[in-house]
Design a protein. Structure first.
Length: 90
């Protein structure tokens, strides 16, 4: 089962916070795709986690960030979808 966050949202923010605040957090998805919480985004998320900023305000602030996408393969089942295709020496 997969979960996709095409853009930042309250649901996306809630999952990022859950993953960062609880090392035992489990969401039950095999694959999760969406925006990566890099250093710039991480600062805003920290403000929300410390109750310095509301979630809605954080999302407004994040509209001005260029946020890359990520794919997280969370289970052994998910890893079966990865296939080695080739290697190149650079």
């Amino acid at each position: 089962m997969a979960l996709d966050f095409p853009d930042t949202s309250i649901e996306w923010l809630d999952m990022v916070i859950a993953c960062r605040s609880d090392s035992n957090y489990s969401h039950g998805f095999d694959i999760v795709t969406g925006k990566i919480a890099n250093d710039n985004v991480g600062e805003t998320i920290e403000y929300v986690m410390r109750n310095v900023m509301r979630r809605e305000d954080a999302l407004e602030r994040l509209k001005f960030e260029k946020i890359n996408n990520q794919i997280c393969f969370c289970t052994d089942i998910a890893l079966t979808f990865i296939k080695f295709r080739e290697a190149k020496v650079i």
